[in-house]
Ligand binder design. Structure first.
Ligand SMILES: [Zn+2]
Ligand SMILES: [Zn+2]
Length: 511
């Protein structure tokens, strides 16, 4: 019935229009068109289309960079802002998803025209929003904040921590005893020079065009000690596990949540620099494998790996036996953790080249020292505790804590002694005990010191029955920490990076 009457009404109006006089019909069509436009306009107002091509990147000291081009994936909310209804998305969950790292955090709201506003993170509340409009681009919206926070056409929100978090990524500079940590947020705000960097010349027929790009270059020299400013080069560590020499006249370039090294020309680029070491030790942990193989040509080799024993802590703990063997500093690899350090030690190759660049990686992609020993017709043994840190070409002789004294070092020692007694050419001994106990009690705690003295005794005992070359090294050091662990490592800092390097010829008697 309802359907029928609607049909009748439509039929009536249709015929009504057709039967109208022509000038009346024109007027009717115009009114209809105006009405239609109003209806359409109202519809658009209810769900305005967001402008295209405007992106906002949330970056800096964050785990995950987030790029917003619209409201997709976030809770759209209608709020009343300055007397108008606005469609916005909340800022807090976006910052939460980015995974903010570090301490004392502020956020920079930044636009390409150079306008920047800074807000402490603790002042960001559930009433802070992001709005995207054609008129103002991306904008920070909050009734509670000063008007100046509403930077127009914002393209970056840069999270900036005053201190990097535990093992949080940043760029660190080591110059003598001076250590500087630069978070990515700090690099965003760093003193920089603006330079037009020539990119080349283009030619078409007889016409030519020079091409440049304007770069914001952060001089590395500003982070050096005054007396180091005559130094021209440093060793750089990169996020992919590679290392290389850089010029101290070069620059850093902020790249969001990473930084690149740029040469003094402002053009030569190496991505993801994580560390600059002005005066690194001459020895590297990657020197051990070639050194051991060279010595193996002459006779048996005993390699002792003291897990977690840094060079500075080694000196502070004053081991009676090893302290008398002329310990030298050596540099380890990054991240300064067991699998990465061990991978570099047993292959003589940097992480980038040996395949183990991070935690939870175990497989090497190049030959290790044991393959090379075997190629020389030499026998070898890898002696370790109850767990295997990485996979090597020969199986590790596993030594669980059989007597339940809370340490595998005594079992490792006994196993190593057996291998030396049967005349194995290359014996590689990995003592884990110090690292474990230093994590728990601190690297220079009485507990760690006692364990270290024990290790020193074990090495002395092993040497008593051994004639050949002894090499002692560590995979990384440890620095004091607070919280659930009192010792930590993994960072680009002296206590983690400098390890002892000891080599001596020993003339013991086989037991
Ligand atoms: Zn370790
Ligand atoms: Zn450890």
């Amino acid at each position: 019935m309802l359907l029928h009457s609607r049909f009748m009404a439509w039929k009536f109006s249709f015929w009504g229009v057709v039967q109208m006089q022509s000038h009346k019909r024109k007027l009717f069509v115009i009114i209809l068109a105006i009405l239609g436009t109003i209806v359409l306009a109202c519809g658009c107002n209810a769900q305005p289309a967001l402008p295209k091509g405007l992106s906002l990147t949330i970056t800096g000291d964050v785990q995950n960079e987030i790029v917003l081009t619209d409201y997709e994936g976030w809770d759209r909310t209608k709020i009343q802002y300055r007397g108008e209804s606005q469609e916005v998305i909340p800022l807090e969950p976006i910052l939460a998803r980015s995974g903010i790292m570090g301490e004392q955090v502020t956020i920079f709201l930044s636009a390409p025209d150079g306008a920047i506003a800074e807000i402490p993170l603790e002042q960001i509340s559930g009433e802070c929003w992001l709005r995207l409009t054609a008129e103002y681009g991306w904008q920070f919206i909050s009734e509670n904040h000063p008007r100046q926070a509403g930077i127009k056409y914002m393209n970056y929100i840069v999270v900036s921590a005053a201190e990097p978090g535990r093992q949080g990524p940043c760029v660190r500079v080591i110059d003598g005893a001076k250590e500087t940590a630069l978070t990515y947020g700090q690099l965003f705000a760093a003193k920089a020079i603006n330079r037009m960097v020539p990119e080349g010349e283009a030619k078409k027929g007889s016409l030519s065009t020079d091409v440049y790009s304007r770069r914001s270059l952060i001089p590395i020299s500003q982070y050096l000690k005054d007396e180091s400013k005559t130094q021209t080069t440093a060793l750089a560590y990169y996020g992919d596990g590679s290392q290389g020499e850089i010029a101290l006249a070069g620059f850093l370039e902020w790249r969001g949540n990473s930084a690149d090294y740029l040469g003094p020309d402002g053009r030569t680029r190496k991505p993801d620099i994580i560390g600059i070491w002005v005066d690194p030790p001459e020895y590297s942990v990657t020197d051990l494998a070639p050194e051991a193989l060279l010595a193996l040509k002459e006779g048996p080799v005993l390699v002792i790996l003291l897990d977690g024993v840094g060079y500075h802590n080694f000196l502070a703990l004053q081991p009676a036996f090893l302290g008398s063997k002329d310990p030298k500093p050596a540099r380890t690899v990054m991240p300064s953790i067991s699998p990465v350090g061990l991978g570099a030690i047993v292959t003589g190759r940097l992480p980038k080249d040996n395949g183990i660049t991070a935690r939870n990686m175990r497989e090497l992609c190049v030959d290790d020292i044991f393959v090379n020993a075997s190629n020389m017709g030499k026998t070898s043994a890898k002696v370790g505790g109850s767990t295997k840190v990485i996979s090597t070409s020969i199986n590790q002789l596993l030594n669980p804590d059989l007597n339940g004294n809370g340490s595998t070092d005594d079992e490792v020692f006994a196993c190593a002694q057996r291998e030396l007694a049967i005349g194995t050419d290359l014996v590689f001994v990995h003592f884990h005990g110090y690292d474990d106990i230093a994590h728990t009690y601190g690297p220079l705690s009485p507990e760690a010191a006692a364990r270290f003295d024990e290790l020193d005794e074990y090495v002395k005992e092993l040497c008593r029955g051994f004639s050949g070359t002894v090499l002692v090294i560590a995979d990384h050091g440890q620095h004091p920490a607070q919280g659930d662990k009192l010792g930590e490592h993994g960072e680009f800092r002296l206590l983690d990076l400098v390890v002892p390097w000891i080599r001596f010829e020993n003339h013991g008697a086989r037991p």
